[in-house]
Design a binder for this molecule. Structure first.
Ligand code: 1HN
Length: 348
């Protein structure tokens, strides 16, 4: 259990008077607040929570009657952590939301310094275009829009499309360097043909002589059909992890590391009857169930989940998964930031 490193000293008249006078110089005594700053273990203001898709879905669909994607810029229902209300965050450093696009709609091109991912929850026929190249969405696909890349969304199909957005925007805001820019024209010019990016970077090859200039994956679309087959094949060998089942990371082929500098993404298969051991890390985890059902014990509570539900495990909460039938969980986490800063710890 976490406890404060230091006990708050008693208040006296002399102290109160002194603190009051020093405040005029915008100074304040550390020993009055040290107990809130340092604890023996991480303390998070975030709470474990699940967004039940069946309960959320009617509101997501209703939003189409309230505002167009174009007027909203992005028509998103932000998934706000219950103890971080008003802060547009699902954990201290991560943002998540459920975005809706209706047939024929467009969400205009823009770019920003925070990086984003989208994981498709329902529907098909919509696309995200990166620098004008369209990636068409199917349920379970992962599409990346790294920092400062032009992106817009559109929909050539005939059913509503919903996806889970994940961004590092709370982290970037806390650090300061948020920049964003709308594309100055009404339409972004057509880019390379669909599939070009996959051929160029997603086929275990890459263009000759190309220099690596960032920690963003050059691949921007990771289709579920491929991920599903990969993880199924891997799960035929008997080398399951006691905590994670069969868990694979989506990688940046240039580095072998996470897909973006601040966010790592994973898919795991928990076989029917799986009952995992506790996992505890300094990173926050957002999980989204793609198939199957089960439950995750997070600290003292247990969250039941099924396909299309999303739940968050904040920093340092012990959590363990159980699966009722073969379950597939997508997750994203701020773990790469913790690792880069030398702050990452887990109980592995
Ligand atoms: C954004 O640009 C998108 O491009 C989604 O779809 C969610 C949340 C905060 C800031 C920018 C998108 C966002 C966002």
């Amino acid at each position: 259990m976490s406890r404060a490193l230091h006990e708050k000293p008693a208040m006296t008249n002399t102290r109160a008077d002194f603190y009051g006078r020093m405040a005029e110089q915008h100074m304040t005594p550390l020993w009055e607040v040290l107990h809130t700053l340092l604890a023996t273990e991480p303390v998070t203001e975030a709470t474990p929570h699940k967004w039940d898709y069946d309960a959320c879905r009617p509101y997501i669909l209703e939003s189409a009657n309230v505002i167009s994607a174009e007027e909203a810029e992005r028509r998103v229902m932000v998934l706000e952590n219950p103890t971080l209300e008003g802060k547009s965050r699902i954990s201290e450093a991560l943002y998540a939301g459920l975005q809706l696009i209706m047939p024929g709609e467009v969400a205009p091109a823009h770019r920003h310094s925070p990086c984003a991912l989208r994981f498709i929850v329902e529907g098909s026929g919509a696309y995200t275009a990166l620098n004008g190249e369209k990636a068409y969405m199917e349920v379970g696909d992962l599409i990346l829009t790294p920092s400062w890349v032009w992106h817009d969304h559109g929909h050539d199909g005939d059913v509503p499309v919903v996806w889970l957005d994940g961004l590092d925007i709370p982290l970037v805001r806390d650090l300061g360097p948020v920049f964003a820019e709308p594309y100055p024209e009404a339409e972004f010019p057509t880019g390379r043909p669909t599939g070009d990016n996959m051929a160029r970077y997603g086929s275990n090859m890459r263009p000759f002589g190309e220099k690596v200039t960032s920690e963003n994956s050059p691949v921007f679309h990771y289709p579920y059909v491929e991920i599903r087959e990969t993880i199924d094949t891997v799960s035929k060998a008997q080398d399951m992890d006691a905590r994670h089942g069969y868990k694979l990371e989506y990688i940046n082929p240039h580095t072998g590391g996470p897909v973006m500098p601040t966010i790592a993404t994973y898919m795991q298969k928990l076989p029917k009857g799986f009952a995992g051991d506790d996992y505890q890390t300094t990173a926050a985890w957002v999980y989204h169930c793609v198939e199957g059902s089960g439950r995750t014990s997070i600290g003292d509570e247990t969250i039941e989940w099924k396909a299309k539900d999303t739940f968050v495990v904040p920093t340092w909460y012990k959590h363990r998964h159980e699966a009722d039938d073969d379950a597939f969980l997508f997750s994203f986490t701020d773990q790469p930031v913790h690792e880069k800063l030398g702050l990452f710890r887990d109980n592995m």
